[in-house]
Design a protein around this ligand. Structure first.
Ligand code: 5IU
Length: 274
């Protein structure tokens, strides 16, 4: 059966990539397919929110370059929280340059993303060289890459033939590409070269643009519910930002995290039992 009709545990057992395997195991262990996106600009807020939502998440998504008072000790604190609460880390870097440059951006600079982020992502726009560049750094460390096959924002250009080429690039680099940022499952996307299709492929689909209370924002974001994303569209992980951390007090943030965890998990249970 298609990957999304199997349990996370079954998929974890078979997955060859260490980061994907660890994520699937964490999802199963914590009964959470919730990733919280923590888009705040101060270290203290960043760490406090992650400590509050930690028990309810499988993955934390970061934009490390928006932290104004960043210093390298923040990474040590983040790692401590990931061990305390048992979640993985996804730096949403959206690499988009040629292979040589992204290898440097991934390994070096102020943030040294590859050294702490289990999963990162890239735009397929530069072609397969971007995967080779990132893999040269990330594969020896057991990291995994997601390709941006689709986006959640209104009017985005990641559609049609572009999405199909992204899927094709993933299928030809399965040792390092572990899945997609997408709005639905990608198995049925017609691939430009059928010879690369593998009946047993298991790409994780992580999906932003998830919210229960509002339909969008003033800058083109579009929200769907966890049920629409996980049950109807077959996605594996819901990514929620302002719907959780934007709710004020720690108690409210915690309540929202638990609410989204429950919704996402119930949608998954319904999916595998149909
Ligand atoms: N994000 C999207 N849509 C996308 C991609 C990434 O929203 O297509 I690719 C990021 C942006 C933000 C988070 O960091 O996911 C969603 O945050 P909100 O839930 O606050 O909208």
């Amino acid at each position: 059966p298609s990957a999304h009709l199997q349990t996370y545990a079954q998929r974890a057992q078979k997955h060859a990539n260490p980061a994907a395997k660890a994520l699937l195991e964490t999802i199963e262990r914590k009964k959470s397919n919730l990733c919280v996106s923590v888009d705040v600009t101060k270290q203290a807020d960043f760490l406090r929110i992650i400590d509050v939502v930690g028990p309810y998440i499988c993955l934390v998504k970061t934009h490390i370059d928006i932290i104004e008072d960043f210093d390298p000790s923040l990474i040590d604190r983040l790692r401590e929280l990931s061990e305390k609460h048992d979640f993985l880390i996804f730096e949403d870097r959206k690499f988009a340059d040629i292979g040589n440059t992204v290898a440097l951006q991934y390994s070096s600079g102020v943030y040294k993303i590859a050294s702490w982020s289990h999963i990162t992502n890239a735009h397929p726009v530069p072609g397969p060289g971007i995967i080779s560049g990132l893999a040269s750094v990330g594969r020896p460390l057991g990291r995994g890459l997601l390709l941006l096959a689709e986006m959640s924002s209104k009017g985005n250009l990641a559609t049609g033939a572009y999405t199909a080429e992204a899927v094709h690039m993933a299928r030809t680099h399965r040792d390092f590409v572990v899945g997609f940022i997408a709005m639905r499952r990608m198995e049925s996307v017609p691939t430009p070269d059928a010879s690369v299709v593998d009946e047993d492929e298991d790409f994780l689909v992580l999906t932003p643009g998830v919210g229960l209370d509002v339909k969008g924002d003033a800058m083109g974001q579009q929200y769907r519910t966890p049920r629409e994303v996980v049950f109807e569209s077959g996605c594996d992980v819901i990514i929620v930002g302002r719907g959780i951390y934007g709710k004020g007090s720690d108690a409210e943030v915690q309540a929202q995290a638990e609410r989204y965890r429950k919704e996402g998990w119930a949608a998954y249970e319904d999916r595998i039992s149909t």
